[in-house]
Design a protein around this ligand. Sequence first.
Ligand code: ATP
Ligand code: MG
Length: 140
Amino acid sequence: MAVQRTFSIIKPDATERNLTGAVNAVIEKAGLRIIGQRRIQMTQAQAERFYGVHSERPFFGELVAFMTSGPVVVQVLEGENAVAAYREVMGATNPAEAADGTIRKLFAKSIGENTVHGSDSEENAAIEIEQFFTEADIAG
Ligand code: ATP
Ligand code: MG
């Protein structure tokens, strides 16, 4: 297996509850390295672009409103098979279905306010990292 990068967002439900460090502890315990990290207030345009793939879904307006409701922490994670490894650490989208020990099982409030985002493919990881980071802000 190859060393990969993936893109992560610690969502507003987590920053609001001061859980950035707690989420990062789970990430690091799983063997993923946080090689880029920045706390930002997402604009509506950034959130609409980021989740553009869901623009026709009934929850799109709610999702954009949530992602801009408070600060988020955008991250680049690196590790063996990082895309799949982080999806496993995150747990299912709906916390009621997430496995024990996963970030969403531990911290998520609902299917919408579910604490973290992680890229779903290596191709999307590269696109998402590029939306928020330059190489100068990443150090592996
Ligand atoms: P993410 O892309 O944030 O990592 P995911 O890949 O597990 O999550 P997606 O299907 O891509 O899930 O949905 C993107 C996000 O949209 C979810 O994380 C959640 O915040 C929100 N969402 C998904 N389904 C619903 C729903 N039924 N109601 C409200 N919000 C939803
Ligand atoms: Mg997704």
